[in-house]
Ligand binder design. Structure first.
Ligand code: NAG
Ligand code: NAG
Ligand code: NAG
Length: 488
């Protein structure tokens, strides 16, 4: 069987960044082996005192300084899960934000104190900052906190202010730990596979300038995407920090005009001769639930490589992946790095069903509905099979439509609408369809109206007898992959 994305006759839906709650709670309990289980010394408070956590034993462990960049409008919602999961194994980290505060016993630092005072008074994005300085979060309205629109990001004042944090963050992190070998920068919706990330960094010489991340282009600048996480070696951070101190005014003027801080940082690094290293697919722009498991970029089939970060991860997904990683590490004390295929086979695959009620599978291929059919000419409609013409009328018809298409692997159905897809995604639990997802809020902010009838609930399904072929097809790519790490 060949699984390659096909052209669809009906509208191609834009991949929505829809991720809401995922209710994945069943974990196989595995008896912990004799692997070292130790308590991490994270920040000022260790909430997991009584629980044993299995942490990686890497020689680099203490040489990596992890920096989380957040903002006052999201810190309380998004940080706590990290203190209970990933950060219990990270010995050295700091949190930078746009306001000083303590979240769950951990100090969060305002990183914008040194920005030019005139700019702070005049640039509109600092209105939020000045509000936070004088009144904290009091009196901030919903719009200010979450922004609007499906992505919730671009007109979110918190996001606009964010671009100012990057260079001060890099500079302050360096001054904070001038002896660290590596500096890793992430956001609260970044999931760091800590054991893998340490192993990945071990592949590089820390005495050379490195800027390692997930590539992104904007306005002709290549830079490492902030949400996917990126790493700087000490020689790299030293250069950029020195440059920032010398050219602060110039870079601030450029920041006024620029739109994203990760881009401005990328430009500054390139100005000091540090080019980005393309770490795809180790560093991921997608979440566990939205990732297309057959994604291939730069001729690298993600499936065959080890994962180090995921992005757009909400607290539920973070907890799920953390528990899974813990189980995996206890089961594999030698520390075999988790590849994407391992995550699929051991975490995702057994969650796939022929029918899953209350599950939005994020099928983003072809959509069948009266609305879509109305856009077609009679000729096009006649050319659809009878099953396709009725795909939106029942779960069974939707399923049959998917089965009729040789490469279709999943579908989802709400009365009146059927979506089918050649790409396999896990998706997430959903009572109703999410109409508006806010990245800033990290959750669905507008759900489809429901009468409470079972009928309104999203039902998804996978074509189960095609999954083995799908896995086989992907495994074959790995025959050509000699190393699970991209280092060249
Ligand atoms: C601060 O920014 C203002 C306005 O952009 C600029 O005129 C001034 O030179 C800057 N001051 C410093 C010390 O860089
Ligand atoms: C009708 O369908 C056939 C096969 O499914 C395809 O080859 C043909 O191009 C289609 N015609 C139109 C007008 O879409
Ligand atoms: C039937 C249904 O709800 N399908 C959904 C599957 O997921 C995509 C992306 O989230 C939605 O756009 C579809 O509507």
């Amino acid at each position: 069987m060949v699984f390659k994305p096909s052209r669809s006759r009906l509208r191609k839906l834009r991949p929505a960044l829809v991720v809401s709650a995922i209710l994945l709670t069943v974990f196989i309990y595995l008896r912990p082996t004799s692997i070292t289980t130790f308590k991490a010394q994270t920040g000022t408070l260790n909430q997991n005192k009584e629980e044993g956590v299995t942490c990686p034993k890497s020689p680099l462990m203490k040489d990596v300084f992890v920096v989380i960049r957040t903002g006052a409008t999201e810190a309380q919602e998004k940080l706590p899960v990290h203190f209970k999961t990933i950060l219990t194994c990270v010995p050295d980290f700091i949190i930078y934000s746009d306001m000083d505060e303590i979240v769950d016993g951990h100090q969060v630092h305002d990183v914008l104190t040194e920005v030019n005072k005139t700019i702070k008074k005049t640039a509109p994005e600092f209105q939020l900052y000045n509000h936070l300085l004088t009144r904290g979060r009091d009196g901030l309205d919903y719009q200010t906190i979450f922004g609007s629109g499906p992505s919730g990001a671009l007109d979110n004042p918190g996001w606009k202010l964010d671009k100012w944090k990057f260079l001060p963050m890099v500079d302050q992190a360096f001054r904070e730990r001038p002896k660290a070998k590596w500096f890793v920068f992430v956001e609260p919706d970044t999931y760091v596979m800590w054991a893998n990330l340490l192993e990945y960094l071990r592949q590089f010489d820390p005495n050379k300038p490195w800027y390692i991340g997930k590539h992104m282009y904007a306005s002709g600048v290549l830079f490492a995407h902030g949400g996917s996480g990126f790493a700087l070696s000490r020689p790299a951070i030293e250069k950029v920090s020195k440059h920032w101190r010398e050219k602060k005014n110039e870079i601030e003027q450029a920041t006024l005009k620029g739109w994203a801080g990760d881009m401005i940082l990328g430009k500054t690094l390139s100005d000091v001769g540090v080019n980005m290293f393309w770490a795809y697919p180790h560093m991921q722009g997608d979440s566990l639930t939205a990732l297309d498991w057959s994604v291939e970029k730069l001729e690298r089939q993600a499936w065959c490589y080890a994962a180090t970060t995921f992005h757009h991860m909400n607290p539920e997904e973070i907890t799920t992946l953390w528990k899974f990683e813990q189980t995996w590490q206890r089961r594999n004390p030698t520390g075999a790095p988790l590849r994407f295929r391992d995550i699929f086979n051991n975490l995702v695959r057994h969650r796939l069903r022929a029918e899953r009620t209350g599950w939005d599978n994020m099928s983003i291929g072809t959509e069948y509905s009266d609305e879509e059919l109305a856009k077609l000419s009679q000729n096009d409609i006649d050319n659809l099979s009878l099953v396709e013409q009725n795909a939106h009328t029942s779960f069974e018809m939707c399923q049959a439509t998917c089965k009729q298409q040789p490469r279709c692997i999943q579908f989802s159905f709400v009365p009146g609408k059927c979506s089918v897809s050649d790409e396999l995604r896990l998706g997430h639990a959903a009572d109703t369809q999410c109409l508006e997802y806010s990245n800033a809020a990290g959750k669905c902010v507008k759900e489809a109206a429901t009468t409470g009838e079972a009928d309104d609930i999203v039902r998804s399904g996978w074509i189960m007898d095609r999954i083995p072929g799908y896995v086989y097809w992907l495994d074959e790519f790995c025959d050509k992959v000699s190393d699970i790490w991209v280092t060249k």
